[in-house]
Design a protein around this ligand. Structure first.
Ligand SMILES: C[S@@+](CC[C@H](N)C(=O)[O-])C[C@H]1O[C@@H](n2cnc3c(N)ncnc32)[C@H](O)[C@@H]1O
Length: 303
């Protein structure tokens, strides 16, 4: 806490006082105020004595309010800004392992300038973490207006809170573009995306929590927009392998998803890879095992 006193003969005197917050104000006021001549008031008196009699106004010890602009930032703007940041605990857990795996593959490996399209950026936590890890990659976040909520939800169709979260997380990052709306299941994607070529497309925890049309749309979009011969599609999430769940917990998770929405469920990596190769010219180059029974599938677009 800051206190200031000023008199006509001297420069402002700024004293910084540490308040023991464990004692709390109630406890402090219970003691006899006359006996409570604190170190602060003793110091003020000492300085007033040194510099002569202060004016009545200056005699009063005034709590220093921080400058108005600083106060505005601290009390108004900062909490509002922070509150825009939605938090997905899973994204906090998996962002570092994801970065470690991506770092093995171009365009993440190396420093050649590259562009990336993130499908369903969610809160923006991955965009913020990964764009910082790979500063040579220009990151295009997107989100689906429907989210995972479904048309009956009041939030359906309103992207503003999600976009505000992405923007808050990625504020000041020169390699992150403003987020765009994208329905991955659509046959063609919005103009600024559809007219671009990307070195990478990244999709995290989407395919099991969206209709299969999103898997098909993602593969088709990657085939259209990735740079031939080098562009990669990186898909993270839980997957079956050869039609089998890789853990009991994934099997139970898939059942819960299907109970919530009959079109959802854990996909089979083998089947997805076969569709990607046969129908979209995307070769599975890696199936990395990730923590918590997840995988990172890395597809490369044929030349
Ligand atoms: C579990 S969240 C994952 C969000 C984020 N990628 C993450 O890992 O934190 C599932 C995401 O799938 C997205 N999604 C559902 N249907 C979609 C669609 N048709 N096109 C694009 N994204 C979709 C939802 O909007 C939601 O952001």
């Amino acid at each position: 806490m800051y206190h200031v006193t000023k008199n006509s003969h001297s420069a402002p005197v700024l004293l910084v006082v540490r308040v023991d917050i464990r004692r709390g104000p109630g406890r402090r006021h219970r003691s006899d105020p006359l006996k409570r001549k604190t170190k602060l008031t003793r110091e003020i008196t000492r300085r007033q004595n040194l510099h002569g009699a202060p004016t009545a106004r200056a005699n009063a010890t005034t709590r220093l309010a921080p400058p108005a602009a600083f106060r505005r930032v601290l009390l108004t703007w900062l909490p509002a800004w922070l509150s825009r940041m939605q938090c997905a605990p899973s994204a906090d857990r998996n962002k570092a392992p994801i970065a470690a795996v991506l770092a093995k593959y171009a365009p993440f490996a190396g420093s050649k300038p590259a562009t990336l399209l993130e499908v369903a950026s969610g809160t923006g936590q991955h965009a913020a973490h990964l764009a910082a890890e790979f500063p040579h990659v220009v990151w295009q976040p997107t989100e689906f207006a429907g989210g995972s909520a479904g048309p009956e939800s009041p939030a359906y169709g309103d992207l503003s809170p999600v976009f505000a979260s992405v923007v808050a997380y990625t504020s000041g990052m020169e390699n992150v573009r403003p987020p765009l709306a994208l329905d991955a299941s659509a046959g063609s994607w919005p103009a600024p995306i559809e007219s671009a070529a990307f070195d990478a497309i990244f999709a995290c925890n989407i395919l099991h929590i969206a209709p299969y049309a999103v898997t098909e749309g993602l593969l088709a979009g990657a085939a259209r927009l990735l740079v031939p011969g080098s562009g990669v599609l990186c898909v993270y999430g839980p997957f079956m392998v050869d039609g089998e769940h890789t853990s009991d917990s994934n099997a139970a998770f898939s059942e819960r998803l299907k109970a919530q929405n009959g079109a959802w469920g854990v996909r089979d990596a083998t089947a997805v890879a076969e569709t990607a190769r046969a129908q979209h010219g995307l070769e599975l180059v890696a199936r990395e095992e990730m923590p918590a029974n997840n995988f990172m599938l890395v597809f490369r677009k044929a030349a």
